[in-house]
Design a protein around this ligand. Structure first.
Ligand SMILES: [Zn+2]
Ligand SMILES: [Zn+2]
Length: 545
């Protein structure tokens, strides 16, 4: 603004909406000037949208100007892990390990790479304490920083201080240095300094670090980042080495949804209404057709983002309609996603050109998430579990237990209490997987009493005979977009033991949940099996003999 340039155009990348990271926004002058244009980016799945989070801190009680009154045009972008471009800058995002959903950013432009990795805690707590080695996840973090010219890294604690701050989501200084060295980083700017550390003590800390760093072939410069500091970076010659093209991009920015048109070619009114409602919730534009001819007519004349058909379609079967769409001689018909809602997938689908199936029954939240993924042509990282082969017998056995919707019983409560304590997890549950929901017979650390079955991790667990472990939900394509992961209770770790009844069916699980990624060693897995067998014994005791 001092330069007098108008209008001003800019981009703001936000790691997460913890207060220390967004406090400056209401005081950022360029946002108040009409004509200016700003793009604001933050991780998707913060529960309420980014816009709402920012509006929250500018409510009238706290601040005289509301978000709506800001003069500049502001666009909000929800991000997941992946790659996107801002002008000629390539931006990569990577989830950090922090109590709130947080992204780190890597910017590549003009042969220079800069990484911003705050707020982050090493995944292996032993490694963070200096008493063990790093985990696979930590190596992934290092890959993210590989060869960067400048890494601005979380370094809030000393190793001694960290011992009392485990799980707070921040990195000890020594770890930040060690990981950056392993990544071959040129310059390391330490930041997110502990608020109690004075500038003098910070200088002394950096002095110590510089003298203790081994003189490598390519030395790494370490300093404490300070407000107003400017670091000049020159393009290094070994750009090739840093080029990480095969970086696992999962999805990119979600653009404006109202520009997408969805054609619902479904004759069944209830089903059509349910899908339409889900699409409208995300401002997608909806077109409707009831017959195959109408569907084909609209596909010919309109640029669509998605077509959904159902196999009970009036005047022809959906596979036939899909084949006909693929044969329409306009470009946009050939790669148009075509989804069929059905009770089961058909083998003939891929030959007919079906993109995906929407298997019934499903909740509206589930179809909403899938719709977005299809429209954006990105992977939907939320999959509902198929039904077990013995589903009918399983449900029958579950009803026979007479445990659904019964009162709290101490014989189960004590087991979840012990489990939570023994595994040091905030949540431990005895779950029962019913026809279309999972109900909790015992729940330690969780207030809700049931969830829809298509959200249930345990619906996956009961498909198998042994413990299912999800070390980090955000990295698992079955769960990363699950509402229980992106919203409350923000599951990051799950371990479930499938309970088995004497007749061989599985009514539910004993499971452990944490809001942080974790590992479970063989000793602990055995302990979970042991506790699971105690639950099985209690259940069998209620069966008529
Ligand atoms: Zn934070
Ligand atoms: Zn922070």
């Amino acid at each position: 603004m001092e330069s007098g340039v108008h209008p001003l155009r800019g981009h703001i990348l936000i790691t997460h909406t913890h207060w220390d990271h967004i406090q400056g926004i209401p005081f950022f002058d360029p946002l108040f000037v009409p004509g200016n244009e700003w793009d604001i980016y933050a991780p998707r799945g913060l529960g309420s949208s980014l816009r709402e989070s920012l509006a929250g801190q500018m409510q009238y009680t706290y601040f005289p100007v509301t978000l709506e009154e800001l003069g500049a045009a502001i666009r909000y972008h929800d991000l997941v892990e992946g790659v996107f471009e801002i002008g000629d800058i390539k931006v990569r995002t990577r989830y950090m390990n922090h109590p709130a959903l947080t992204l780190g950013y890597r910017l590549d432009a003009d042969g220079v790479s800069v990484v911003y990795a705050c707020d982050h805690e090493p995944h292996s707590r032993q490694y963070a304490r200096g008493t063990g080695t790093m985990s696979e996840q930590d190596r992934r973090h290092i890959e993210f920083m590989r060869g960067a010219d400048l890494v601005i890294h979380d370094a809030q604690y000393t190793t001694t201080e960290y011992a009392n701050k485990i799980g707070w989501g921040h990195t000890p200084v020594d770890c930040a240095v060690d990981m950056s060295r392993a990544a071959g980083v040129r310059r390391l700017a330490l930041t997110h300094h502990d608020p109690l550390r004075s500038d003098d003590r910070l200088d002394a800390l950096c002095e110590d670090l510089s003298t203790s760093l081994p003189q490598a072939v390519r030395p790494m410069e370490v300093f404490a980042a300070a407000e107003g500091m400017v670091v000049e970076l020159e393009a290094s010659l070994d750009i090739k080495e840093k080029d990480t093209e095969n970086f696992s991009a999962i999805a990119s920015i979600v653009p404006a949804l109202h520009e997408h048109q969805v054609l619902i070619g479904i004759a069944n009114e209830t089903l059509a209404a349910k899908i339409q409602q889900a699409a409208q919730a995300d401002n997608l534009r909806i077109l409707q057709a009831e017959t195959s001819e109408e569907v084909l007519g609209i596909v010919r004349s309109t640029r669509l983002s998605l077509v959904i058909l159902d196999d009970g379609q009036v005047g022809g079967d959906a596979l036939e309609t899909c084949r006909a769409i693929r044969n329409i001689d306009v470009d946009h018909a050939r790669d148009l996603p075509v989804i069929i809602a059905a009770n089961a997938e058909s083998d003939a689908g891929s030959e007919a050109g079906v993109t995906d199936w929407l298997i019934q029954p499903f909740t509206s939240e589930y179809v909403r998430t899938r719709l977005l993924a299809w429209v954006m042509r990105s992977m939907c990282r939320w999959r509902r579990a198929p039904f077990p082969e013995n589903e009918a017998r399983r449900i029958e056995a579950l009803k026979e237990l007479k445990l659904l919707d019964t009162k709290i019983e101490d014989r189960f409560e004590r087991i979840t209490r012990i489990a939570a304590a023994a595994f040091d997890v905030p949540i431990a549950l005895v779950t029962l997987v019913d026809q279309d929901r999972q109900w909790f017979k015992s729940r330690f650390g969780l207030s809700v009493t049931e969830t829809p079955r298509d959200q249930a991790f345990c619906a996956h667990t009961i498909l198998d005979k042994d413990v299912m472990i999800v070390r980090d939900t955000l990295l698992d394509p079955r769960f990363a977009d699950n509402p229980l992961v992106i919203g409350e209770p923000r599951i990051r770790f799950y371990a479930g033991y499938p309970l088995t009844l004497p007749n061989g069916t599985s009514p539910g699980t004993l499971c452990l949940i944490d809001t942080r990624p974790r590992e479970l060693d063989e000793v602990k897995i055995n302990l979970l099996r042991d506790l699971g067998r105690l639950v099985e014994r209690e259940m069998a005791a209620t069966l008529p003999s």
